[in-house]
Design a protein around this ligand. Structure first.
Ligand code: FE2
Ligand code: FE2
Length: 168
């Protein structure tokens, strides 16, 4: 019979599940900002690059906690990178990733508290707030495109993709 997991091992599993979702988001947002830069939508590429870098920080924060607890941080993303989407669909993809993270981190924060690990709970809450902000940023742009279409898309053309990253 398999040995029952300790609370610490259960928390490590929750942190690794979150890290795997961060790795998916990093790869997805990097791929999108390269595509957008290539299509000369620099003003949309810039915030996507900035958000990708925030997801990298999240992946590191989860890894540090996993290592502190004696676990091994996963290197395997939990999803595939979608390529070549229209901008409105790309934003819907990203809102889906953020919604998934928001739901997962809300759940995992509570689970960590129940497992007696308030530091991991706090980590989930801190990162959760940033995922809500990402969702909101994607929702704003998505909403503008749905209402204004090509007129709004035209305002996103050109610009320097480095600008968003520099603002971090
Ligand atoms: Fe994240
Ligand atoms: Fe996010």
């Amino acid at each position: 019979m398999a040995k029952r997991k300790t609370n610490k091992e259960k928390v490590i599993d929750l942190l690794n599940e979150a890290r795997a979702s961060e790795l998916t988001a990093i790869l997805q947002y990097m791929s999108q900002h390269y595509e957008l830069e290539d299509a000369d939508f620099g003003k949309l590429a810039a915030p996507l690059k900035a958000i990708a870098i925030q997801e990298m920080q999240h992946a590191e924060m989860f890894a540090e906690r996993i290592l502190f607890l004696g676990g091994t941080p996963t290197s395997i993303p939990d999803g595939k990178t979608v390529k070549g989407e229209e901008i409105v669909d790309l934003l819907a993809t990203d809102m889906g990733l953020e919604s998934g993270a928001i739901e997962m981190y809300n759940h995992h924060a509570t689970a960590c508290a129940e497992l007696g690990d308030l530091v991991s709970k706090d980590l989930f809450e801190t990162i959760l707030a940033q995922e809500e902000d990402h969702w909101s940023q994607f929702d704003n742009v998505h909403g503008h495109i749905e209402k204004l279409g090509a007129v709004y898309l035209a305002t996103l053309a050109g610009g320097d993709a480095e600008a968003g990253a520099a603002a971090q």
